[in-house]
Design a protein around this ligand. Structure first.
Ligand code: ATP
Length: 733
């Protein structure tokens, strides 16, 4: 039997044993080593005679859980599954990052040059002042060298020891040296004096001046005192400690996680590095596997201890899970500077530029200083945080981005009422209110009702558009630009949205409309952004929080709030906004743009900055003739219900092709058009409402299932006649 036959028999036997064991109840997991040796013995014993019936299961047979010789993927398979590290690092591929880096380097050296050039006269004066000391140092040094002063202590020591022979030897050596060095010094002095004389007699004045200055400066340089350098530093470079494997292991060992500590106490490392520690942006990146059973969330929970173990400020230490990997794969990024204090690159939109809301726009940077984008279209977003962490600033930033697209119609609500959204609201918004008083709430509810109607109009409009113009049944940038369709982006931002959703009178209506806007708004070009400092089920109804596609979570205090904002089980997956510290203003987890949660520091735009951006946005709107509503000083009609036009509404819902239509059909259509006005209307009510216009309803027969059914209804011709008469009278008046 050759080796392959052996192997095959072995495999078959193993499979048989596994089958047998599976037939028994209470199969056990056994020690494989023992099982294999048992099998070895079985191999040697003669095979049982075939009996023609299935063999009785052997009670000693056990289930094997590790298949024999099961091969993993082959070399090619492993190659195909291999993760390739980027040849060109990301930061080199991104023109933006390259530009930012180049600007920083140019700025750094530009600053240094300017700093020193300005101080050149001071440096020259200091050096000239130090020149006599330098000359004395030089002379003294030369004389000590010529007289071989450095050998003096040894010669003295020989005298003390009375070692005459060595002393004589050293003296002879010194005499020789002194002779030679005196000769060199004399020659150099003559040559120097000769050169100086020649310069004095022959050289032009400028060369003379340059030479004397050079000598004076050189002597000044020689006279420099160690404790008072002539040239001081133009920039203080922060000294960032290099991250080494020892430091990482020390820090992990200090977390108090038993599995890591046990491993380390047995001389193992307790963390297996899977990649070399490298520079990654302005910091260091270490990656590796935690011991079995320890998860990244265990480490994230102890971020403060980790920072202590690393001896770095908390804002520099960012442990993260790797989304596609197992839960023990840790990426530890340690920044050179605290994220909240590190200087951020200038926001490209701060001084100039407009936005296309259908394209990604940078709104913050990650720990590595890379820009993070958001595409405001097709989303509904929620922002949550405890008070004073930068929630309103973030909402205002997103609204400023929206304002920079002149097509966008803004509806801004500052329910806190401190005026944080006024820069955008008063300059650009179509609808804007601040405060939580009745007036603001009434204003908001009317606007929300209008938005619901607009949503319905838009869905119908999109449905009616030909497929080639609207292939995905959603608003596109091109459709939004066509004024006649009225499908421009609408961005609604509400700060402290809990005021609406907890309002005693309108809470249900707000919730219903907002839920509709969150679900159907994105496809129709309506974006709802809600911010709250109390993200719980009352402040942020679950229909809304569950359907929002973009989430920004600044510091929160517990798992519940964390998951309300970031989505169910975010906390369990290690996405924990609870780890942010009190100083991490504007720093948050961002979920959106089809990516996993990322840590982002939002761009800081203060009130003055917001004012100037909003003014720019207003100018762009004025130029495009798109400024409307509140920004123009126009207020909405007092109440849509009070100002509706029944006849016009009727003409809107009864198409020309329908000469006669039943009251009940019309009332149903009217209810859909303006639910707040016609929602409760019964068919007879229409008859009564039309009387003042001189329109009477008529009996209209319809054949339904071979039977003629007669009901009261209206004739479209009566409507058009009444409208024509009324409008004619108005014109005449
Ligand atoms: N991106 C940021 N970078 C740095 N500091 C910021 C940033 N955003 C906000 N801040 C600071 O945080 C402070 C609080 O911000 P903000 O008013 O937005 O908090 P808030 O969460 O809305 O508070 P409240 O719940 O009281 O309304 C601001 O005064 C600002 O100085």
């Amino acid at each position: 039997m050759n080796h392959d036959d052996d192997r095959e028999l072995f495999n078959r036997l193993e499979a048989d044993m596994a089958d047998d064991a599976a037939r028994q109840e209470g199969a056990e997991v056994v020690d494989l080593g023992k099982a294999r040796s048992a099998r070895g013995a079985a191999d040697e014993s003669p095979a049982p005679e075939p009996t023609g019936r299935p063999a009785e299961p052997d009670p000693s047979a056990r289930a094997l859980v590790d298949g024999p010789d099961v091969k993993g993927p082959g070399y090619l398979g492993r190659l195909m599954g291999a993760k390739r590290r980027a040849i060109v690092p990301d930061w080199l591929k991104s023109t933006n990052e390259l530009k930012t880096a180049a600007t920083w380097v140019a700025g750094h050296y530009g600053h240094m040059t300017g700093y020193h050039v300005l101080r050149t006269p001071v440096y020259a004066a200091r050096l000239a002042f130090q020149a006599p000391r330098g000359a004395a140092k030089f002379l003294g040094g030369t004389m000590r060298w010529a007289s071989d002063a450095e050998g003096d202590p040894v010669r003295r020591a020989m005298v003390t020891k009375e070692d005459a022979a060595t002393y004589l030897k050293l003296s002879r050596q010194r005499d020789g040296r002194v002779r030679l060095r005196t000769l060199v010094v004399t020659l150099a002095t003559f040559m120097g004096l000769g050169a100086a004389l020649a310069l004095y007699v022959l050289a032009p004045a400028w060369l003379m001046a340059v030479s004397v200055s050079a000598v004076v400066l050189a002597l000044g340089w020689a006279g420099d005192a160690a404790d008072a350098p002539v040239i001081n530093r133009a920039v203080e470079l922060p000294k960032a400690q290099k991250l080494t494997s020892d430091i990482v292991l020390r820090a992990l060992g200090a977390l108090g996680i038993p599995a890591i500590n046990q491993a380390q106490s047995k001389g193992r490392e307790g963390f297996t590095f899977t990649a070399p520690i490298t520079r990654d942006g302005p910091g260091w990146r270490a990656e590796g596997d935690l011991p079995y059973g320890v998860t990244v969330t265990d480490v994230i929970e102890r971020r403060d201890k980790l920072a202590s173990g690393l001896r770095r400020p908390l804002g520099c230490v960012w442990p993260e899970a790797v989304p596609d990997e197992h839960t023990g794969r840790l990426v530890l990024w340690v920044g050179d500077q605290d994220m909240s204090k590190a200087k951020k690159p200038a926001w490209p939109l701060a001084k100039s530029g407009t936005v296309d809301l259908f394209k990604p726009v940078p709104f913050g940077t990650d720990q590595r200083g890379r820009w993070i984008n958001v595409t405001l279209m097709y989303i509904a977003g929620i922002i949550g945080a405890i008070p004073r962490m930068g929630k309103t600033f973030l909402l205002r930033l997103l609204l400023l981005i929206a304002a920079l697209d002149p097509r966008a119609e803004l509806h801004t609500y500052d329910m806190k009422g401190t005026g944080d959204l006024d820069p955008v609201g008063d300059r650009v918004s179509h609808r804007h209110a601040a405060g939580d008083d009745d007036e603001a709430i009434e204003y908001a509810i009317r606007d929300f009702r209008e938005l619901r109607n607009e949503l319905r109009r838009r869905t119908k409009m999109i449905r009616s558009l030909p497929r080639d113009i609207c292939p995905e049944s959603k608003v596109t940038s091109e459709l939004a630009s066509k004024k006649e369709l009225g499908l421009h982006p609408i961005v609604v931002g509400v700060d402290e949205c809990q005021v609406l959703f907890e309002h005693p009178k309108y809470k249900d209506e707000f919730e219903e409309i907002a839920t509709d806007l969150v679900k159907r708004g994105p496809a129709t070009g309506i974006v709802l952004l809600l911010a709250t400092q109390r993200p719980d089920a009352k402040a942020l109804p679950t229909g809304i929080s569950a359907n929002a596609s973009a989430r920004w979570c600044l510091k929160v205090m517990g798992q519940l709030e964390n998951d309300m904002v970031l989505g169910t089980s975010a906390y369990k997956r290690g996405v924990r906004a609870t780890m942010f510290s009190w100083g991490d203003k504007g720093i948050h987890y961002f979920v959106g743009e089809g990516a996993d949660a990322r840590i982002v520091g939002s761009v800081y735009v203060d009130g003055v900055g917001a004012d100037s951006i909003a003014l720019r946005a207003r100018k762009a709107r004025e130029d495009a003739g798109l400024l409307s509503g509140h920004a123009l000083g126009e207020e909405p009609e007092a109440d849509a219900a009070a100002s509706y036009d029944l006849l016009r509404d009727l003409l809107g819902v009864v198409p020309v092709e329908e000469a006669k239509v039943w009251n009940e059909t019309v009332v149903a259509r009217l209810a859909e058009l303006r639910p707040e006005v016609y929602g409760e209307w019964a068919a007879e009510q229409l008859t009564a409402a039309l009387k003042p216009y001189g329109i009477t309803t008529v009996q209209i027969g319809r054949r339904i299932k071979d039977k003629v059914v007669n009901r009261r209804g209206i004739e479209r011709a009566h409507l058009t006649a009444a409208v024509a008469e009324r409008d004619g009278n108005r014109d005449a008046g």
